[in-house]
Write a protein that binds this ligand. Sequence first.
Ligand SMILES: [Zn+2]
Length: 271
Amino acid sequence: MARLLATLVAALLLVATPAAAQLPIFDAHIHYSRPDWDAYTPERVLSILAQAGVRRAIVSSTPDDGTLRLYDRSPAGIVPFLRPYRTREDMDSWTRDPAVAAYVEERLDKRHVYRGIGELHLGAQDVDAPTVRRIAELAKARDLFVQCHIDETTVEKMLTTYPGVKILWAHAGMSSTAATVGRLLDRYPMLWVELALRTDVASDGTLDPEWRALFVRRPDRFMVGTDTWTTSRWEVVRQATAAVQQWLSQLPRDVAEQIAWKNGERLFPPP
Ligand SMILES: [Zn+2]
């Protein structure tokens, strides 16, 4: 009986032990929007990220002031992206709103700190819309990434309509398969992909074989992310990052390091 208990305790300890070595994380999808400001001070947010092992993060927010509040406290740790939405209501109408284009241009001119524009939401029918076009022009002229939460049809239309614009594809399209993502990466050199909220990459904790093969084949094109799209997400940043560490540990070390942080460091070198 004592031996059985000892075995059980040993098994439980194994389960509770964190997976392998923890990699530093470059998180490509963080928001610090208005509803978050009352619940979490910038200092608290920075400490949550640090405790989760996030070394640097791409941050955008509605409105943009949240991003700058974090950036001004941690210029080395925050990679600011300019979100065009002044309020949540802009999400529905921004693609055809000239005031949004003027707002983006004005903010870019005022603070020369942005490394990208986004996160943007649009459908295939909006790719040609005037404010989307203006943002693509600004991004190209200033060598900025555009982070887009769009489906696979829309991402391909963005890449063909605006060649030369670097697209960071949020959530790998949210539901696109590894086969589709791989085909797009092979065809479009201006496409990079982040995996925020894609728990299906390792749904039961084990890395899906098709995603694994794609990560090994294209390790330089992926980043991880959390997406604090609603305030309650700040409570699970640590958990979500631990789940990512779990599947990263199932990849060859050099592949895991690229996806965890080296791609972020290369694409967005510290100021
Ligand atoms: Zn988001």
